[in-house]
Design a protein around this ligand. Structure first.
Ligand SMILES: Cc1cc2nc3c(=O)[nH]c(=O)nc-3n(C[C@H](O)[C@H](O)[C@H](O)COP(=O)(O)OP(=O)(O)OC[C@H]3O[C@@H](n4cnc5c(N)ncnc54)[C@H](O)[C@@H]3O)c2cc1C
Length: 288
């Protein structure tokens, strides 16, 4: 289908963006990489009166370290995220996630801000930022506020953003941790049938502050409270990994979807738990 008729505006800075959003109100919709939005226009799933292009707003760009925080601008494209040296050093979970997102053409235009704002429950980056204990920086004409990532994703395709607010950046605490992401997808580049992004500290073999976050198995990223509690303070070994897998029965309530029934998703989540946590074990324990 053709797109609906609409006006197109390009904001060159945040001041122009706030003016456009104030003038057009709910009729305005912002566009970043356009990789999801343009498809929804073609399917008439969204029909904005005014499309506001934010891609030239310099304030939304850049990746930098300030103190103990890695700040990633909302307009950072997936491909930029994947090759950035600061991200690789301080948040390698994101570096590892990028090749799992769609295909190179989409990664060249899609942005982290767009991915978080769209909040697809099978998307990789929302799960990663929850696993990393990140903060989403939101702004509107009224000012800026910070939202913990785990409070940002509210329900299916719903976030804590208020009308008139945009994501300007994501802030990730720099901390010693191990992390990994794995998923099961039908084909390379497809959205995940189920996935797991995990971050934790290992102190003398014991698990500290684990954050297992599952995606593709709920209405948003699922921080698995009971599995995390089953791991906290325990030696990371086959017994604690089994305990985390068992606890998932209470953490996950996957909906039936095109990929299969809930029990299939629970099974995939248990398999991913063993793969991801097993990857943190020394090779000799894996062989045992
Ligand atoms: C074929 C295909 C396969 C894909 N596969 C995957 C995949 O496997 N994994 C995955 O994670 N993603 C996948 N995607 C989605 C891709 O990652 C998109 O780039 C991303 O979801 C949206 O980013 P965008 O910058 O293109 O946002 P846009 O399409 O421009 O916008 C998406 C939505 O977010 C809003 N928005 C954009 N930026 C902001 C902001 N800064 N603040 C507030 N609201 C904002 C827009 O108004 C719109 O509602 C796929 C897309 C396609 C087309």
């Amino acid at each position: 289908m053709k797109w609906p008729a609409m006006r197109y505006l390009r904001a060159s800075n945040l001041g122009e963006l706030w003016a456009a959003l104030s003038e057009h109100g709910p009729a305005a919709q912002i566009m970043a990489g356009g990789q999801t939005l343009l498809a929804t226009l073609a399917f008439r799933l969204s029909e904005p009166g005014v499309l506001v292009d934010i891609t030239r707003i310099a304030e939304l760009r850049g990746i930098r370290v300030t103190g103990q925080t890695l700040r990633i601008g909302a307009l950072t494209r997936h491909a930029e995220l994947g090759r950035d040296a600061l991200v690789r050093e301080h948040a390698p979970l994101l570096t590892e996630a990028v090749p799992l997102i769609a295909h190179p053409a989409i990664r060249n235009r899609g942005t982290i801000g767009g991915s978080l704002a769209y909040a697809d429950p099978a998307a990789e980056l929302p799960a990663c930022i929850v696993a990393l204990g990140a903060t989403v920086v939101a702004a509107s004409a009224e000012g800026e506020r910070r939202i913990p990532a785990e409070a940002f994703f509210i329900d299916l395709l719903q976030t804590a953003l208020q009308p008139g607010e945009i994501i300007t950046a994501v802030e990730i605490p720099i901390a010693p941790r191990v992390s990994a992401i794995q998923e099961v997808a039908r084909r390379s580049g497809d959205y995940a049938m189920a996935g797991l992004a995990a971050a934790l500290r290992l102190e003398a073999g014991c698990v500290v502050a684990p954050r297992l976050v599952y995606f593709g198995v709920g209405n948003g990223p699922v921080l698995a409270a009971r599995a995390n509690a089953a791991l906290e303070g325990r030696m990371l070994d086959a017994a604690s990994i089994s305990a985390a897998q068992a606890a998932l029965a209470e953490d996950l309530d996957p909906p039936q979807d095109l990929h299969g029934p809930p029990e299939m998703k629970r099974h995939l989540a248990r398999v991913l738990t063993s793969r991801v946590l097993g990857g943190f074990l020394p090779a000799k324990e894996l062989a045992a």
